[in-house]
Design a protein around this ligand. Structure first.
Ligand SMILES: Nc1ncnc2c1ncn2[C@@H]1O[C@H](COP(=O)(O)OP(=O)(O)OP(=O)(O)O)[C@@H](O)[C@H]1O
Length: 622
């Protein structure tokens, strides 16, 4: 923008511009004075004086200015900085005049300027310092974000028999049935054919010889996104001849990687495809051994599909010379919004480098890969294995600047949040909530929170319940308190536990051995625990995405579930606003009467005293 150049101007040129601006504005003021004199003369001559005409006349000095300016020669205009500055001032003023919201206010301002001007003969008030209401900038999304493929949110009423979704091979259909899947959920029915279509010309070529489009999927928690990529990727890779890493799924945590790895293993079972997980759960050496072996002095991949966490993935790219991504065809980024936020780890740059790293012997090979640029005849010849990115999230950002970080190629978006985001004037993204979710907020005080949890579990039998706190310490304190109170089996889940303890805890909770699991946000995202009836936000989450993922641990796969958020009085307004802005269908008030808690109060007081002793013993210096 030319205007930005001003910052780089020299001191003298700036001074010159200021003087020119001052001169021009003075000239305008004089013109206005002349105009008001002629207006009065006009009024004497012509007594019609209807509102429209007066308004036009008020605008006339500006119009005249424009006319005068157009009469000037082109060369004169180029050199005349005064005009340039004045035209900027005029543009600003014109915007001001056009603003309907401020029309009255502005005319008042103009009047007051005129009054001051007539009173003062020694100086002019130039104006332009008053506060203006600027019209909100409307967000204009790129077409792929503004016009996505829409996915139905209602799972139950939009089930599609698996045999009706085109392109799925009989072996996979059989496996799906064996795993109890007769129907596809809407996201699967839409996304599976789209990914399969991109490999319709084989793994080496995109459709029509072009690079396939990247795919982004934004669908509610528990809507079945995992199978939406597992099925087409497994089917596409089953055509491969030589084993190499052709699919890489990146997830933010070990637990999620394990979960996805398990689904891949289920659907590759009985085929020659192998899944390898690299998350740091095993030693680096053990992962190296699982990834590749040396035969005849040459390294051979032992995995077709690698499921990884970003940190460990980067370690292997940098330190394991036998780990190659040069044949990578699919890069799956699950929990994509979280992975974008974690981009400071630069894992994607490292992956891209590893994919397009060309050792000397591949220079003449058909498998040579160069970082794709604009599509030209030359760039299409010789063809190279395309890398296709598949992004999944329940809270995928619609912020083009953030998505830009992923360097997507002609992306195609599948989403169930279409109507709201397109028309939304809010800066915040709106998301869709699972159909079967009932949201409640519970007004409470700090001291009553533990009692309400006990009331929910012991009296109302809200279990299995997953309860979230905002810190490890809070989770631990609440865990101790509930345990000491007695009457309900409870466990805690946080990064304090080692991976195998975490796994066991989740298993016990899923099997119903523990009706109440108190967790940090370690279990908020992606974790698929069957049968969670109720989510309790003991501490209200700070961010909407955290809320959506937490409450999404219930009401999964089209089932019903409830989410309760404990709110202190000071939190109510802003929290409810945040949830509404995010597109919640409605959060209801659930008030717990003080009488309902009274019978537990004596025992609760005793428990608090016991807890004090336990905590003291724990913190006693040894
Ligand atoms: N077609 C289907 N029929 C029956 N159950 C299904 C089907 N597809 C997925 N599921 C089950 O639905 C549950 C949720 O699926 P999944 O974990 O893939 O959801 P998600 O969309 O990835 O959720 P999140 O955003 O929370 O990670 C899983 O238990 C899965 O086994």
């Amino acid at each position: 923008m030319a205007y930005l150049g001003e910052e780089e101007d020299s001191e003298s040129s700036r001074e010159f511009r200021s003087r020119a601006l001052l001169a021009k504005l003075q000239e305008q003021v004089k013109a206005r004075e002349r105009q008001s004199v002629s207006d009065r003369a006009d009024e004497d001559e012509d007594h019609q004086g209807d509102k429209e005409q007066k308004k036009r006349k008020r605008e006339e000095p500006e119009m005249e200015g424009v006319q005068r300016k157009t009469e000037k020669g082109e060369s004169e205009r180029k050199t005349d900085l005064t005009d340039e500055v004045a035209s900027l001032a005029k543009k600003k003023k014109k915007q001001k005049t056009l603003s309907t919201e401020n029309e009255n206010k502005e005319s008042d301002n103009e009047k007051s300027v005129e009054i001051t001007e007539t009173k003062s003969t020694t100086f002019h008030i130039l104006g332009g310092f008053e506060e203006k209401t600027v019209q909100k900038v409307k967000r204009v999304l790129p077409q792929w974000l503004a016009q996505p493929d829409v996915i139905q949110r209602d799972i139950k009423n939009n089930l599609i028999p698996i045999s009706e979704v085109p392109g799925i091979c009989p072996i996979l259909l059989k496996k799906l049935q064996t795993n109890g899947i007769q129907n596809f959920f809407p996201v699967q029915a839409e996304v599976i054919p789209a990914i399969l279509e991109s490999v319709s010309s084989g793994l080496l070529l995109g459709p029509g010889g072009y690079r396939p489009r990247d795919i982004c999927v934004s669908a509610p928690t528990g809507s079945g996104k995992t199978l939406a990529f597992v099925i087409p990727v497994v089917q596409a890779l089953s055509m491969r001849v030589v084993r190499d890493v052709r699919a890489l799924a990146v997830l933010p945590t070990k637990e999620l990687a394990q979960q996805v790895s398990k689904v891949f293993s289920t659907y590759t079972e009985g085929t020659s495809l192998k899944v390898v997980m690299i998350t740091g759960q095993k030693s680096f050496g053990a992962e190296q051994t699982a990834l590749s072996e040396i035969r005849g002095g040459v390294s051979h991949s032992l995995g077709d599909i690698v499921v990884a966490t970003p940190g460990r993935l980067v370690d292997h790219i940098n330190k394991n010379s036998n780990f190659s991504l040069q044949h990578l065809r699919f890069l799956i980024i699950d929990e994509a919004d979280r992975m974008i936020d974690g981009m400071h780890q630069s894992w994607l740059t490292q992956v891209t480098k590893a994919v397009y790293r060309s050792p000397a012997d591949t220079q003449t090979s058909v498998f040579r890969r160069i970082l794709p640029g604009p599509i030209t005849v030359a760039s299409l010849s010789p063809p190279q294995i395309p890398l296709q990115k598949l992004l999944f999230s329940a809270t995928l950002t619609h912020n083009p600047e953030k998505l830009q970080l992923l360097d997507l190629h002609q992306p195609r978006l599948f989403t169930s949040t279409h109507s709201r985001t397109e028309t939304s004037t809010q800066s915040q993204d709106a998301f869709n909530f699972p159909q079967g979710l009932a949201e409640y907020y519970v007004p409470c005080t700090l001291s009553k929170k533990p009692l309400i949890i006990l009331h929910f579990l012991l009296r109302l039998k809200f279990s299995p319940a997953l309860c979230f706190t905002n810190s490890r310490e809070a989770a631990h304190r609440l865990y101790l308190l509930v345990k000491l109170f007695g009457g309900v089996e409870v466990a805690e889940f946080s990064s304090k536990l080692n991976p195998s303890e975490r796994q066991k805890t989740l298993k016990d909770f899923e099997q119903g051995k523990i009706p109440l699991l108190i967790s940090t946000d370690a279990a908020a995202r992606g974790i698929d625990i069957n049968g969670v009836k109720c989510v309790i936000n003991y501490d209200a989450p700070q961010y909407i995405r955290t809320y959506i993922h937490r409450v999404g641990r219930t009401a999964r796969a089209g089932k019903a579930g409830s989410a309760f958020t404990f709110l202190l009085e000071v939190q109510e307004k802003s929290f409810l606003q945040m949830v509404r802005d995010a597109g919640s269908p409605g959060i209801q008030r659930h008030f717990v009467k003080p009488e309902a808690l009274r019978s537990m109060e004596t025992r609760y007081e005793q428990t608090l005293a016991e807890l004090g002793k336990v905590v003291k013993v724990k913190h006693k210096p040894t």
